[in-house]
Design a protein around this ligand. Structure first.
Ligand SMILES: NC(=O)c1ccc[n+]([C@@H]2O[C@H](COP(=O)([O-])OP(=O)(O)OC[C@H]3O[C@@H](n4cnc5c(N)ncnc54)[C@H](O)[C@@H]3O)[C@@H](O)[C@H]2O)c1
Length: 276
């Protein structure tokens, strides 16, 4: 029987108490990894860890605010103390609460608190996790780091300025890590995520916005958390051992087509053919 692709590996997933991070933690555990479910919300992290263990996996819940260096140091020490190594880091945590999102608008209307929160959690948090995890990874001979970026990090948009800038910073951080530690066996890749219907998006995002976004994806449906988790598991595993410094579009083609595609398609539909 084939060995599970993450058997014997230890993974940290930040922001894993909810949303995509929770699914990523469960899928990594399903492939045999021991998973630290890290979140600012301890009870949410505990629920995910209990679920993983109920499925026969190995998990520990750790409370940490990724933006606070002492908490990251303690989190890394706890994971290293329990399992003695760290092979995978998934920088997934992001400040996406309504308060931050509603205060994070176009540049002239960004509230500085929203900028600071987005930068501190999304960008500084990822850097701090790298800073304290990499020495443990190096001791074990290497590892794989995955950073969850977003289409907002690579394209202009009408709002969420701070979020976008923090997600662009992750792309640079990913390349810096790949360049600095690649020779010592550490790979670092970013995933540029399209629109994924997690629980809060299902409930909170207006149907009209979902339809506008769906029109811009080339796939029949918007993304699912499982589709993201499968790519994270691939990047975490040896299956991707020659992939590093890469920003992978995991976005149903959202960023791969001409901006005119949707109106042109509608034009051709009205016209009844696609002769240019
Ligand atoms: N859902 C999407 O469509 C989408 C699209 C592009 C990118 N992404 C990225 O995917 C990742 C997950 O997104 P999601 O939609 O699942 O978000 P979510 O809000 O459902 O989950 C984020 C998790 O991070 C935790 N968190 C927040 N601040 C934290 C902190 N300071 N320290 C530790 N944990 C903290 C939250 O408690 C929560 O569990 C994010 O990085 C997001 O930018 C998501």
């Amino acid at each position: 029987m084939a060995q599970e692709k993450l058997a014997g590996k230890v993974a940290i997933v930040t922001g894993a108490g909810n949303g995509l991070g929770a699914d990523c933690a469960k899928v990594l555990a399903g492939h045999g990894a021991s998973v630290a479910v890290v979140d600012i919300n301890l009870s949410a992290a505990q629920e995910v860890a209990v679920e993983i263990e109920a499925q026969g996996g190995q998990a520990m819940a750790v409370k940490a605010d990724v933006s606070v260096e002492d908490e990251i140091k303690a989190m890394v020490a706890a994971v290293d103390g329990r399992w003695g190594r760290i092979d995978v880091l998934h920088n997934n945590a992001a400040a996406l609460d309504l308060k931050t999102r509603y205060a994070d608008r176009d540049v002239c209307n960004v509230e500085v608190e929203a900028w600071d929160r987005s930068m501190n959690v999304n960008a500084r948090g990822a850097m701090l996790c790298c800073k304290h995890v990499i020495p443990v990874m190096l001791r074990g001979g290497g590892g794989s780091i995955i950073h969850s970026s977003s289409g907002f990090g690579v394209m202009g948009d009408a709002t969420l300025t701070s979020y976008a800038c923090s997600k662009a910073a992750l792309l640079a951080l990913s390349r810096m890590v790949a360049a600095q530690y690649g020779k010592q066996g550490i790979r670092s890749n970013a995933i540029v995520i399209g629109f994924v219907l997690n629980e809060h998006a299902q409930k909170e995002v207006a149907d009209e916005i979902k339809q506008i976004l769906l029109d811009q994806h080339l796939t029949p449906a918007l993304g699912s958390p499982r589709q993201i988790a499968d790519v994270v598991a691939f990047l975490a595993s040896e299956e991707s051992s020659f992939v590093t410094g890469h920003a992978m579009m995991v976005d149903g083609g959202f960023t791969s087509h001409a901006p005119s595609l949707v109106p042109i398609r509608q034009f051709f539909e009205r016209k009844g053919d696609n002769k240019w």
